[in-house]
Ligand binder design. Structure first.
Ligand SMILES: *Cc1c(COP(=O)(O)O)cnc(C)c1O
Length: 452
């Protein structure tokens, strides 16, 4: 009897939803949440777990769940790790100017596949080839979804049921699940491993060429280095051998860059211009690693080979859309005008240590009365598989908060979408990757953490 009386106290859904707190909320989301919580409440009343109906509390619980669902999970974060091309944090940042221009094109009709001269169907890749062939002095270019797609498309087009020779020292696995041997298998190409893990010579390639060989491939050791008693064959020599034998030479470069790298990195990582001098038949790299643009796989090389790639049905599945094409086109224009500082990735890479120090000082001036902090000299990584194991100089601010452990501080910052790192048992914010416009938010967040 008593229970029946309590059950009657559960409000009617139609009435309950009329409360002003629920105004302007999404019905398809809020209705099931209300029903769910009423069902739960009914069960709890019947089992005497609860003994009354509190409408305010019910409403609050439902709103918490609603907000949890409606808050987009993809959010802005502040990268204070110092790793510039951070794959988990979105890799290369898009140049805002290029994005603005792309917005105009992508939010209106455009000539993506329309030839304005002839008044008939055109080709989406044509918008890029004009500029790109000038930038890299190459015969032709093709752009696909990412570099993994580029590798797959190239192997599938030219080496299906044929053999591709790769050095044992270059059978790389890139973060996630991109492994050269597996990609090759799925593309239909047969991998022929040559040499040893630490040493491969030109004769290893030469001696393994058979009538089934179609391609000699070099893969950039993007996230590891082999030290000690080692030797690898330069792409130049591989390309020369391939041409002598009537084979295709292909360099999967991973992270290609146009400008000479600072901090003495340029001799170990040649620029795209340098590699183009080796006359590659095919070369592919990511658009959003050190190239500094959008996610894309950029393939450059011989016109007749690119034409064959364009005929592969797979391309339809790997194609890029108008946003990618227009941002990339804008960025390439900037590059042709030598405005590399417009590209955020390169801007961060070339920022001098004194500027980083000044930025760090702006933050510490704001927070030094609230937390224990110190500006330190440190080193960081470029990331994105560009220069494995090579450190570049940076400046960081260490932060100690109450009696918290570095792990606890790191977690508290993470709750505010600030991703820092721990070094020598200290939590720190690395200024190599912090935008000056984000310092205000950083200082407000730190004040909030220090006073809560
Ligand atoms: C990064 C990388 C890839 C994959 O490129 P995505 O653009 O991430 O698809 C392939 N090969 C090498 C050598 C790489 O470094």
């Amino acid at each position: 009897m008593l229970k029946n009386h309590l059950l009657k106290a559960i409000p009617k859904v139609d009435k309950f939803i009329e409360h002003s707190d629920f105004e302007n909320l999404s019905k398809p989301i809020i209705m099931p949440l209300i029903r769910e919580s009423f069902d739960l409440l009914r069960a709890e009343l019947l089992s005497a777990k609860v003994h009354s109906v509190n409408e305010d509390k019910l409403r609050q619980n439902i709103l918490v769940k609603y907000n949890d669902i409606m808050t987009p999970s993809l959010q802005k974060v502040i990268n204070a790790t110092g790793v510039i091309v951070h794959t988990n944090l979105g890799r290369s940042l898009i140049n805002p100017e290029s994005f603005d221009k792309a917005k105009e094109i992508a939010t209106s009709y455009n000539n993506l596949e329309y030839d304005l001269d002839k008044g008939k169907r055109g080709e989406r890749y044509s918008h890029l080839s004009k500029l790109f062939t000038k930038l890299l002095d190459c015969e032709d270019v093709l752009v696909v979804n990412n570099n993994a797609s580029a590798v797959f498309l190239i192997l599938n087009t030219f080496a299906k049921r044929k053999e591709v020779i790769v050095s044992r020292g270059e059978l790389v696995e890139i973060g996630g699940s991109f492994r050269i041997p597996e990609v090759m298998k799925n593309s239909g190409a047969k991998l022929v491993e040559v040499g040893a893990t630490n040493k491969t010579h030109l004769c290893d390639y030469e001696e393994n060429i058979t009538e089934r060989t179609k391609m000699l491939m070099k893969v950039h050791k993007s996230n590891y280095s082999i030290e000690g008693f080692t030797s690898e064959v330069a792409f130049k020599e591989i390309a020369k051998l391939a041409k002598e034998k009537g084979l295709i030479d292909y360099f999967d470069l991973g992270s290609g860059h146009l400008v000479d790298l600072p901090y003495g990195l340029s001799h170990s990582e040649p620029s795209l211009h340098e590699i183009m001098k080796d006359d590659p038949s095919l070369l592919s790299f990511s658009g959003d690693k050190l190239f500094g643009s959008v996610q894309a796989g950029i393939i450059v090389g011989k016109k007749e080979l690119i034409a064959k790639l364009k005929k592969n049905q797979l391309l339809r599945m790997l194609r890029v859309d108008k946003l990618t094409l227009s941002i990339l086109t804008q960025d390439i224009q900037s590059m042709l005008l030598n405005r590399y500082e417009n590209l955020p990735t390169l801007g961060m890479l070339f920022k001098d240590v004194d500027t980083l120090k000044k930025n760090a000082q702006v933050l510490t001036d704001e927070i030094k009365d609230l937390v224990t902090c110190e500006i330190i000299e440190t080193t960081t990584l470029i990331g994105g598989g560009s220069t494995p194991n090579k450190k570049i100089p940076s400046i960081a601010v260490t932060i100690a908060l109450k009696n918290y452990s570095p792990n606890k501080i790191q977690k508290l910052f993470r709750e505010k979408n600030i991703i820092g790192r721990i070094e020598n048992e200290k939590f720190l914010l690395d200024f190599r990757t912090i935008d000056i416009n984000d310092i205000q938010y950083l200082s407000e967040s730190i004040k909030c953490l220090a006073t809560s």
